[in-house]
Write a protein that binds this ligand. Structure first.
Ligand code: SF4
Ligand code: SF4
Length: 228
């Protein structure tokens, strides 16, 4: 065997070893799974029916963004039931969910998958698992803050903030499109506000008082996420 083929063989062996290590790293033992996680999600998302999932995949087929998710809605439901807490909460799936409710409408077992996604988002923020630099989580946090403080969503300022925090170059790239939309009155740079902000605060307070997350609402993780 010449020097060149010995090198090629050892290179191939190195890669095979790396593959084996990668496969081993992905294995999770049953004892490492968090079984209390599924009960918490089921409780917080009116998800008692979670246990009735038959893994038919209708939710994944109905989902318009499942192709972009790292785990489809069907997989997420199964992973929640099995207790793959970390994998679920660090996945892109919950942040890509557009809350269109197509999965919830189509599910033959009546599982409220969209509500499960919301519960997972909340858990991801509270546990500090959420992807800090992802446009989806930044957009979601800014949207939440806008509605919380002003009672309305203002698309223009929301997009500007998201681009500034993620990729300012995209702001310049989309400026021409933004200008066209602004000329036609389809987008505004004004921050919209409701008149009676006190009533909104009162309403949100009463929701907060009844929330099962009451103790966690003021957690440092949630405050940090709101500041993003
Ligand atoms: S559609 Fe409902 S029953 Fe079917 S896999 Fe999705 S969650 Fe499970
Ligand atoms: S609510 Fe979310 S998970 Fe369900 S179909 Fe719509 S985007 Fe997909």
């Amino acid at each position: 065997m010449d020097k060149k083929s010995v090198f090629a063989e050892s290179f191939a062996l190195d890669n095979a070893a790396k593959d084996i290590v990668e496969i081993r790293r992905r294995i999770k033992y049953e004892s490492e799974l968090d079984k209390s996680f599924r009960d918490k999600i089921a409780k917080s998302a009116h998800g008692e029916k979670l246990y009735g999932c038959i893994q038919c995949g209708t939710c994944s087929a109905a989902c318009p963004v499942s192709h972009y998710m790292d785990y489809t809605p069907r997989k997420i439901i199964q992973m929640v039931r099995e207790g793959f807490k970390e994998e679920v909460l660090t996945s892109s799936t919950v942040w890509l969910c557009a809350s269109c409710y197509a999965c919830t409408v189509e599910c033959p077992k009546g599982i409220k998958i969209t509500d499960v996604m919301y519960a997972l988002k909340r858990e991801s923020i509270l546990g500090n698992y959420y992807p800090k630099k992802s446009p989806a989580s930044i957009l979601a946090n800014n949207f939440f803050n806008q509605v919380l403080n002003n009672g309305r969503n203002s698309e223009g300022p929301l997009l500007v903030k998201m681009y500034l925090k993620t990729n300012p170059f995209m702001l310049f790239k989309n400026m021409a499109l933004g200008f066209k939309l602004w000329i036609r009155g389809r987008i505004s740079l004004k921050t919209e506000r409701i008149k009676d902000k006190k009533a909104l605060k009162k309403l949100l307070q009463s929701v907060e008082d009844k929330s099962i997350y009451k103790a966690e609402v003021n957690s440092p993780a949630l405050k940090e996420a709101s500041a993003v």
